[in-house]
Design a protein around this ligand. Structure first.
Ligand code: KIV
Ligand code: ZN
Length: 369
């Protein structure tokens, strides 16, 4: 079993969700709740992007204890200095640097040669290490990068002092099997890979952010990045509560665990949804309103007999009180009797038959009107 660190970027990548923004007090409130949930790393913002973001990162670094506190910098000195200053008060500060790695980004965004960009990465890490012992280096657009160049870059930045190397699927282009192979290849090719923690960061453009993150974990990465509720740039980041619960439920398969306090998951997702103004879809895995609701008669009968018939996760595990038996036109007598008992009514079989007919008539009338 290997431990996987949970790196939460709700306050940085998550806040890049179109239409979402948080004030300083809301960011601090969320950061405290993330710490209570037991995340290992909080990415508190992009310090150089505005004085407000800088101040929010600094306040979190001053006040929130437990997790590593980091913030994002591009591979330029002024960004790195801003992060270094903002995270300095943290118990465990980290500087996170991102520099592109794919041919597309090098040619069409940075307009620099591979060697120039590699050198920029090395110089940035060396510069950051003057301020902080913990430096994460992200190879932006790694899933579309040339594997030789990616491996050369990783080797060079680890030699320069990077303590964590992160491979982002920035545009959500990766597919699970291929992404697993990328991580295996990097682990085989980069000779000093054991000197740094390996991390993964996936986006959800093809709806595979969680699956891709789990494949990287299966390959052996020690840190996974994402956001609660799967919020984030465009279609969002990999959803942390789904990754955490997949690891909890299927540790037999992934051979990995997290130190997350599962009982705080529901509260954390609700808080973030509420403060960001991003409602959680009812059918969302783990924390959606329907995730523990049973509506068909066959399922309701099975759940009432024994919840394990149709529930793989007990709602109490994530901090919810209980699962929900929803009375609908598909419900049977078992569900109705269960709800009536919960309300304090013990009915004989004849009484139940009669109430059931009246219930059906009423619900059918309601559905057709
Ligand atoms: O998606 C991405 O590439 C990022 C990096 C900054 C890690 O968010
Ligand atoms: Zn991202």
């Amino acid at each position: 079993m290997h431990k996987v660190d949970i790196f939460d970027t709700t306050l940085r990548d998550g806040e890049q969700s179109p239409g979402c923004s948080l004030n300083a007090a809301e960011k601090l409130e969320i950061a405290y709740q993330l710490a209570r949930t037991g995340v290992d790393v909080i990415e508190a913002g992009f310090a150089a992007s505005s004085p407000g973001d800088f101040a929010a990162v600094k306040t979190i670094a001053e006040q929130v204890r437990g997790p590593v506190i980091t913030a994002l910098a591009r591979g330029v000195r002024s960004d790195i200095e801003a992060v270094a200053e903002a995270v300095k008060p943290a118990e465990r500060p980290r500087i996170h640097i991102v520099v592109s790695a794919s041919d597309i980004h090098l040619e069409r965004k940075m307009r620099k040669s591979k060697d120039e960009v590699l050198q920029m990465g090395v110089d940035s890490v060396r510069f950051a290490r003057q301020f902080c012992d913990d430096v994460e280096y992200s190879t932006e657009d790694a899933s579309r990068a040339d594997l030789d160049y990616l491996s050369r870059t990783l080797e060079a930045v680890i030699n320069a002092g990077a303590t964590v190397i992160n491979l982002p699927d920035t545009v959500g282009y990766a597919v699970p099997g291929e992404w697993f192979e990328t991580f295996m290849a990097v682990m085989n090719r980069v000779p000093n890979i054991d000197k740094a923690k390996i991390s993964v960061h996936c986006h959800n453009d093809l709806g595979m952010g969680v699956a891709n993150s789990l494949e990287a974990i299966r390959a052996g990465v020690q840190q996974v990045e994402g956001c609660f509720n799967g919020i984030g740039e465009r279609a969002g980041n990999a959803s942390l509560e789904e990754i955490i619960m997949a690891l909890h439920m299927r540790s037999d398969y992934y051979n990995a665990y997290t130190d997350i306090n599962l009982k705080e998951l529901y509260r954390t997702c609700q808080l973030i949804s509420n403060r960001m103004g991003m409602p959680i879809p009812r059918n969302k895995a783990i924390v959606g309103g329907n995730a523990f609701a049973h509506s068909s008669g066959i399922h309701q009968d099975g759940v009432i007999k024994d919840r394990s018939n149709y529930e793989i996760i007990s709602p109490e595990l994530i901090g919810l009180e209980t699962s929900d038996i929803v009375l609908s036109a598909r419900s049977g007598r078992a569900a109705l009797s269960y709800r009536l008992k919960a309300l304090g009514y013990e009915l004989t079989q004849d009484e139940l038959n009669e109430v059931y007919q009246r219930f059906l008539a009423r619900i059918i009338h309601k559905n057709s009107s």
